[in-house]
Design a protein around this ligand. Structure first.
Ligand code: IPE
Ligand code: IPE
Ligand code: MG
Length: 247
């Protein structure tokens, strides 16, 4: 158990962010939505840096949902290009900064060249331990659960997995997040209060914070405010606090 004088008390180990509001940010300036996505990349850089400074172990960023394929073709192709450009321009620095890059989501639907870049980024940063940066790209929570169930069914059919041994821990190990697990804190910017198919299984006991600020305006101070809010929360996991346990 963490002690009161432990500097990490109240600091979430895993923060996950639904980066929302790019389109509205651009619209407010009379600019196309893609302008907001470009600005959003600067916020990503700020928050990755800051998360490392705040001793966050894992930072998950929701960058593209499977449902986002329903957007105009031009916007989708720009979002794909933005990821390509981000990897190209920032990978060297992330390697140097000790960031371990992981990507979650359905890979089968991505262009082979983008997939190759993602695999290369994961490979080049695999020994890094300062911060795990998880990009949720072409990610949907239900899709992830279905893919996990399919792989388990395949393993059971081939005799590798005994169905009787399937429990929550076993199931979780088949999810894309199997190697690191659940977020402690989920932040969604832009004032929307919904989870939009993000980390459905993993967020069972996460704390949520919904800052009104649009993603391109999300900075270090806003991140710190969310951390301060988290530190005030009492996580119960279905139990009662020790202070009121009746003997
Ligand atoms: C979030 O901003 C980025 C992605 C979903 C890729 P939006 O593009 O959803 O911006 P709004 O919600 O329309 O303002
Ligand atoms: C969720 O935001 C997906 C990402 C941030 C990548 P959306 O803007 O797509 O979600 P909805 O459509 O408002 O629920
Ligand atoms: Mg949105």
């Amino acid at each position: 158990m963490p002690q009161r004088d432990d500097p990490h008390v109240g600091v979430p180990r895993h923060v996950a962010i639904i980066m929302d509001g790019n389109g509205r940010w651009a619209g407010q300036r009379g600019m196309p939505r893609t302008f907001g996505h470009h600005k959003g990349v600067e916020a990503v850089r700020r928050i990755v840096r800051h998360a490392g400074e705040r001793s966050i172990r894992t930072l998950t960023l929701f960058a593209f949902s499977r449902e986002n394929w329903g957007r105009p073709k031009s916007e989708i192709s720009e979002l794909m290009s933005i990821l390509r450009r981000f990897i190209r321009s920032d990978l060297g620095e992330l390697v140097e900064a000790g960031v371990n890059i992981r990507v979650i989501g359905c890979r089968d639907e991505l262009d082979p060249d983008l997939l190759q870049m993602i695999e290369d980024a994961e490979q080049r940063t695999r020994h890094n331990t300062r911060l795990r940066l998880v990009l949720a790209f072409n990610y949907g929570g239900r899709d992830e659960i279905v893919r996990a169930a399919r792989r388990m069914a395949e393993a059971a059919a081939s005799g590798e997995l005994d169905p009787a041994t399937i429990d929550e821990a076993c199931f979780a190990s088949y999810l894309d997040t199997g190697a690191w697990g659940d977020p402690d804190l989920v932040i969604r910017t832009s004032g929307e209060k919904r989870i939009s198919n993000f980390l459905l299984w993993q967020s069972a006991y996460a704390e949520y914070v919904f800052p009104a600020v649009l993603w391109p305006d999300f900075g270090e101070d806003e991140f710190d405010k969310a951390l301060a809010e988290y530190a005030k929360r009492e996580r119960r996991f279905g139990t009662v606090p020790e202070s009121i346990v009746e003997s």
